[in-house]
Design a protein around this ligand. Structure first.
Ligand code: AMP
Ligand code: GLY
Length: 427
């Protein structure tokens, strides 16, 4: 099969690396990709907002399947465009149609969906310009901290947690009245604060059935002990020790099954990843958010643990027979450590030469913000999150030790990484 994969991050390199191992793969194209995806396939640069450019590429290169890495094209209706086209409707897209992508594209939609299908999540209410004063009253009825969420996509920045009532009121006004996050914050969901440890659970859904992929935990803040600014993710661990059989049975019964069922009742044929951002509140799972894609940096620790053929699973998604496909998971743990550019998530410089010594090949090196410079034949930094170093271990600690050893010797000017990943899971 010829596959077109969309995206440019560590998630896409992990997916590309895995697809490249499939006997069913003939040629893999990644658009736009990074220096890592170009090692396992060919990078191309398609303007995915230009439907005719996409269509031409697919016809000319005899593409048999499109895998969408990030959420934005899905929320924009990328998959729907295929279904509406006489030629492209036969090319499967891994990633939901717009109606399904609303689970991530609208917090208000997602919360109302959960409420309707009795899926455990925080109590909430949604406000906009015409009921802003009620929003202020609602805040007054809650206890701190206050959770405010821009309804729409806001590049991962749309969730604000305020410690004081004054701050929360100011934030609510800024989000709604001043459109702090543009259109995305014209509506704001205010939620009750839930306290517990977070984890990420993923399923691959085919419209009827699903497979549960390994669990993972990501580390969002730039600083150790989860301090400082939020990032796209500083690393991940899989599996999550507290997500044992008992906990996962609750996740499946209370969250996964009603989500799949709810999508069916809503007539949404959901084909793709569903990412459940969960929180463990005293042993009970609650949904913090849905995403309609694999997580990043979770993909970099989850995908390597899948030992069966990912492309077979994608075919199962396309054909609606994923329950007949095999999902085999490596019982060992993985730890992915992100090496980031100095200054990230604030301003940082790009174009630094990356040195990856050969002896690091006992880890998987997933590229994110990297680019290959044809003139100098060097790999250069090209983003805030640069490389994820993933290793296996019999224990989390063993996996971490190996990833840290290699994180230490892979180098570029300004390199920074967190040295405390996984510690919260070990104590
Ligand atoms: P998001 O940008 O949707 O990933 O949310 C950012 C973070 O906000 C989450 O990872 C949680 O740490 C936190 N968060 C979101 N909703 C709640 C909630 N209801 N209670 C506590 N923390 C929350
Ligand atoms: N790791 C969180 C995310 O992918 O949004």
């Amino acid at each position: 099969m010829n596959i077109l994969l969309l995206g440019s991050g560590g998630r896409e390199h992990a997916i590309a690396w895995k697809l490249a191992q499939s006997d069913l793969l003939k040629k893999l194209y990644t658009s736009p990709g990074n220096a890592g995806t170009s090692q396992v396939g060919e990078n191309v640069d398609i303007n995915i907002k230009d439907f005719y450019a996409v269509k031409n590429f697919i016809i000319e290169n005899k593409i048999n399947m499109v895998v969408v890495g990030p959420e934005a094209p899905l929320v924009d209706g990328f998959h729907d465009n295929f279904l509406q086209d006489d030629v492209l409707k036969n090319i499967p897209v891994i990633g939901p149609v717009k109606a399904g992508a609303m689970l991530e594209g609208s917090k208000d939609f997602a919360n109302n969906f959960m409420k309707k299908y009795h899926i455990p999540t925080a109590d909430f209410q949604t406000f906009q310009k015409d009921n802003l004063p009620e929003g202020i009253h609602y805040l007054e009825s809650l206890k701190p901290p206050y959770v405010l969420k821009a309804d729409g996509l806001a590049a991962g920045k749309g969730v604000v947690i305020c410690e004081s009532l004054e701050e929360a009121k100011r934030e609510l006004r800024e989000m709604i009245a001043d459109e702090k996050f543009g259109k995305a914050s014209q509506k704001v969901v205010i939620e009750k604060f839930l306290s517990g440890i977070e984890l990420s659970v993923f399923v691959l859904a085919d419209g009827n059935s699903y497979k549960i992929l390994p669990s993972a935990k990501d580390y969002k803040r730039i600083g150790e002990k989860d301090t400082g600014l939020n990032t796209g993710g500083m690393g991940s661990i899989s599996p999550v020790p507290f997500a044992d059989e008992n906990f996962m049975a609750k996740v499946e019964e209370r969250i996964i099954k009603p989500t799949i069922k709810g999508l069916q009742i809503e007539n949404i044929i959901y084909k793709g990843f569903i990412f459940f951002g969960l929180i463990n509140v005293g042993g009970d799972p609650f949904v913090i958010e849905y995403n309609v894609r694999m997580g990043d940096p979770e993909a970099e620790s989850v995908i390597p643990r899948i030992t069966s053929d990912l492309l077979e699973l994608f075919i199962g998604v396309a054909e609606g027979n994923i329950d007949e496909k095999e999902l085999v998971v490596d019982p060992r743990s993985t730890a992915a450590v992100f090496l980031v550019s100095g200054g990230y998530p604030g301003a940082y410089e790009k174009g630094k030469i990356i040195s990856i010594p050969g002896k690091t090949n006992n880890s998987l090196i997933f590229h994110a913000g990297t680019t290959y410079d044809v003139q100098t034949e060097k790999i250069l930094t090209n983003g805030g999150r640069v490389i994820a170093v993933c290793s296996f271990g019999e224990t989390i600690q063993e996996a971490l030790d190996q990833s840290y050893q290699n994180s230490n010797i892979i180098d570029f000017e300004g390199k920074y990484y967190r040295k405390d990943l996984g510690q919260d899971l070990l104590t």
